[in-house]
Design a protein. Structure first.
Length: 410
């Protein structure tokens, strides 16, 4: 059972129909593309129970594109509205059932097909539910796509595992989300950082969000301060497409403290405050996340940067977050991002974009006071707003390419 917006839905009704129309679902891998969110989630839950292969595709993606995506993901059947089945020819033999197929976000390169067995996902769900004790009595309210692992696994699957009835919202009107939160007992909100920021700004001064979880990106400092002040219980989870969620912070007080490892996963990173590659080991497989960070003395993973974002200045490492934190401490700065730009003498230097009322001279003076010579930005530029994506992420590589020719001597 789950609730879609304001409507309770019992998936067993659709399951009976699927029993009649699908032949040996465990032998197939289905591309699942439905505009009806209730039917799509009900079908996904049925296919999971049948140990079928499932690739849930966001309903906003055009049908002509979904077929190409499903074939690339190894699907041999497309299941669409009205339980219509379309055969998808495959060039070679592909393992069919028993898996959840998803695409990586593609924010760090070309999107990849990620395949995980239902047994692996069940282990993640069990570990998540056992470890995340602070949320055990809360009702998940999922205001993000359930085609993505964050909303589907951490939100829906964990809720059902705990015996809760999850509330799934496919209307992303902020005022409607706030109403549904008020109507839900001990709501735990799963949503994007950008939506969480919007909700925190819209809340009346005398109200607080009961609980919220954030994932996918470290909250910008200005966003974090507002959200933390407007939320009673603030959580953060960390993971990657290949492994799912592997760490949770159950009392987020610093946006870079991304979480302590879940029981089913082992994390390695830097020690004694020195960043190093973050690697995840699950069931004997080790995954390099592409992140840099360290484990503090409590076992908390402290995020430093994406390895690709690190700036090598004549052999010395500059982490973008160090530059950003120095600038964000200055009154009149509402947002900031540091990135790599080429330099003929040192190979690379830091660049900086910021928004707010502070002057560029004030920014440069703050950097000179707080940062070493090699950390000083060679380019400082004011913008009305930084080019953040809808989920709050920012592409440093795209910014680097755009501003590579604008560097001036620091």
């Amino acid at each position: 059972m789950f609730v879609l917006n304001d409507t309770p839905i019992d998936p067993s009704g659709l399951a009976a129909r699927l029993d009649r129309v699908l032949t040996e679902p465990a032998a197939h891998r289905y591309g699942l593309h439905m505009q009806n969110a209730g039917a799509a989630l009900s079908a996904l839950l049925y296919l999971r129970a049948q140990n079928a292969g499932v690739f849930p595709i966001h309903p906003g993606i055009p049908p002509e594109t979904t077929r190409e995506m499903a074939q690339a993901a190894g699907c041999d059947v497309m299941l669409s509205d009205g339980l219509k089945q379309t055969a998808l020819p495959q060039a070679g033999a592909t393992p069919r059932g028993g898996v959840l197929v998803q695409m990586s976000s593609g924010t760090t390169g070309t999107a990849k097909v990620i395949t995980r067995t239902w047994a692996e996902i069940a282990a993640e769900v069990e570990s998540y539910a056992v470890f995340f004790t602070a949320s055990a009595a809360m009702t998940p309210v999922i205001a993000c796509p359930v085609t993505h692992s964050y909303g589907l696994i951490a939100g829906v699957f964990v809720a059902l595992h705990r015996g809760h009835v999850p509330v799934v919202l496919d209307s992303l009107n902020p005022k409607y989300i706030l109403r549904r939160l008020r109507e839900t007992d001990q709501p735990l909100l799963y949503t994007s950082p950008a939506m969480l920021h919007t909700l925190a700004r819209l809340l009346p001064e005398d109200q607080r969000l009961h609980a919220a979880n954030t994932s996918g990106t470290v909250l910008p400092e200005a966003w974090f301060q507002l959200i933390r002040a407007r939320t009673i219980h603030l959580f953060q989870q960390y993971g990657c497409s290949e492994a799912g969620c592997v760490a949770i912070n159950q009392d987020l007080q610093n946006p870079y403290d991304v979480g302590q490892p879940l029981p089913h996963a082992a994390l390695t990173a830097g020690q004694n405050g020195t960043p190093d590659a973050v690697r995840i080991t699950i069931a004997g497989q080790t995954i390099d996340t592409g992140d840099l960070g360290h484990l503090n003395d409590t076992g908390m993973l402290v995020f430093t940067a994406r390895a690709d974002d690190m700036i090598n200045v004549a052999g010395l490492n500059v982490y973008p977050q160090d530059v950003e934190q120095a600038v964000m401490a200055l009154p009149g700065v509402s947002d900031a991002v540091s990135f790599r730009i080429p330099d003929p003498r040192s190979g690379a230097r830091a660049g900086l974009l910021y928004s707010g009322t502070a002057t560029e001279d004030a920014i440069r003076q703050a950097c000179r006071s707080a940062l070493a010579d090699y950390q000083q930005p060679a380019l400082i530029k004011h913008l009305p707003a930084l080019p953040r994506q809808a989920n709050g992420k920012i592409s440093r590589s795209e910014i680097s390419a755009q501003y590579a020719q604008e560097a001036v001597p620091a």
